[in-house]
Write a protein that binds this ligand. Sequence first.
Ligand SMILES: [Zn+2]
Length: 89
Amino acid sequence: MAQTCTACDFDFSELDAGDGPASLMVLVYGALIVPLAFLLEKLVSPPLWVQAILWGVVMVIATLKTLRPLKALMIGWQFRIRDPEKRYF
Ligand SMILES: [Zn+2]
């Protein structure tokens, strides 16, 4: 993450989402994809390697598409919580 905003030089150094976005994604995608894998197994019964490749690719694409926006969202929440004087919101 950049240390300062390129437009207004706002200091981002105290804002850090840590592992929060990745942990949340593990919970959400696990809850979504495991039932879908069971459903596919029940309906079609594909070979195990098809399940592994299919859901592996789905997980990687979903993670790459949502990690960055989720990190931005969590940093936004953090920024808002740490702004008790409501200077920015
Ligand atoms: Zn800015």
